[in-house]
Ligand binder design. Structure first.
Ligand SMILES: *Cc1c(COP(=O)(O)O)cnc(C)c1O
Length: 372
């Protein structure tokens, strides 16, 4: 017989998922109800309202996708792009690379701008590319690049796209709930996030928002979106309100109870207070790292407080350190992705873990493990 699964208790200080508040888990453990039950439809409306507040947008088309954030990325791109359209993708880490891959798979023409990992997207290079490709339909970039711990300037990048009459698509999977996200202030057209990073909700849901310009562009497509599940026109019928709701797919009912409670927690705390808390946790970590003689991989100006990349000191065994942290201290930190593997650690201080105790725990564990 197979025994019941008992999850170990870990302190999740990697690139996500982060630990979830007991209020979120308790909310998700409530009885399942039908996804077309009027009570559930009321919940859906409230979640849309909560996400608008968190994203800072008035966009009606704001909802959680029933999937991890990668699907929100793909959904945004394949709805905006038809075969033969041109898209500019600015890549400075792993996730921008995925955008580029999706653009190619959609049969669109890719203008691929690649920037040094650990540096933000260079505005001048993007401005040049926009000038050289005035026929491009959109610009895509990652606001908070989780593979390197770098923040790019979403205000400036969205403005460059808008001034050129192009659409902008912004990945703020790691940004939402941890640093400033200002969808309407940015003038961004499509923006998406994920549940498991600074919102501190279990993985598997992806908030996304489309403004009127994006919806116009999607409605005026000449060809249908190649994916049935991700076709915004069809999803719209399910998530748009006022009794017009039609069956599209069965929403992950209990997971959405959790998202609702997680968003309530974030809004109760207040967005600004939450951002300040993430910044304070980073300040403490930075101080402790300096005491341990550890260096950040990213210049201070562009660092994400919620995802800290640390240069692995010469002669230190990356995998062995992370394994000891997990086995002996129940602390998970992240390793480097792609070309950063073995070069950096990624210490996430996301959601509830952006607190002094979590910072002290990881610093004291690192002190002991590295001291030997
Ligand atoms: C985590 C992450 C994703 C993908 O999220 P999943 O939920 O794993 O699909 C996309 N972009 C960025 C910047 C991320 O940090």
């Amino acid at each position: 017989m197979i025994n019941a699964f008992i999850a170990p208790e870990r302190l999740l200080l990697g690139p996500g998922p982060t630990n979830t508040d007991s209020r979120v888990l308790e909310a998700a453990a409530q009885p399942t109800i039908g996804h077309l039950d009027p009570a559930f439809q009321g919940l859906m409306e409230e979640i849309k309202e909560q996400l608008r507040m968190l994203f800072k947008t008035k966009n009606l088309m704001t909802m959680p996708i029933s999937a991890p954030a990668s699907l929100a990325m793909e959904m945004g791109l394949i709805n905006l792009l038809e075969a033969g359209d041109k898209a500019i993708i600015a890549q400075n880490g792993v996730f921008g690379g995925r955008m580029a891959d999706i653009v190619k798979r959609a049969g669109a023409e890719l203008v691929h701008l690649e920037f040094e990992w650990g540096k933000p997207v260079d505005l001048d290079v993007v401005a040049e590319a926009i000038k050289a490709h005035p026929d491009a339909k959109m610009l895509g970039f990652v606001h908070a690049e989780t593979s390197t711990g770098v923040r790019s300037d979403a205000y400036a990048l969205c403005a460059l796209a808008q001034d050129a009459g192009m659409l902008s698509l912004v990945d703020t999977v790691t940004g939402l709930g941890g640093i400033e996200v200002d969808v309407d202030g940015w003038g961004a057209d499509v923006v998406y996030s994920g549940s498991q990073k600074c919102l501190a909700v279990p993985p598997g849901l992806a908030p996304i928002t489309f403004n009127e310009r994006a919806i116009e562009a999607i409605k005026s497509r000449k060809t249908p979106v190649q994916s049935w599940f991700m076709d915004l026109n069809l999803v719209l019928g399910y998530w748009s309100g006022d009794g017009a709701r039609s069956y599209h797919h069965t929403a992950p009912v209990n997971a959405l109870y959790g998202l609702h409670e997680g968003a309530r927690l974030a809004l109760e705390e207040g967005i600004d207070a939450r951002i300040a808390r993430h910044k304070n946790a980073y300040d403490r970590l930075a101080q402790g790292m300096a005491e341990l003689g550890l260096d950040f991989f990213v210049d201070a100006e562009y660092r994400l407080p919620q995802l800290n990349t640390v240069t692995i000191p010469e002669g230190v065994d990356d995998a062995a350190v992370r394994a000891r942290l997990l086995d002996e201290y129940d602390i998970e930190i992240g390793g480097g992705l792609g070309p950063m593997a073995g070069k950096i650690w990624r210490i996430g201080l996301m959601g509830g873990n952006a607190n002094p105790e979590a910072v002290e725990k990881v610093l004291s564990a690192l002190r002991e493990v590295l001291g030997q």
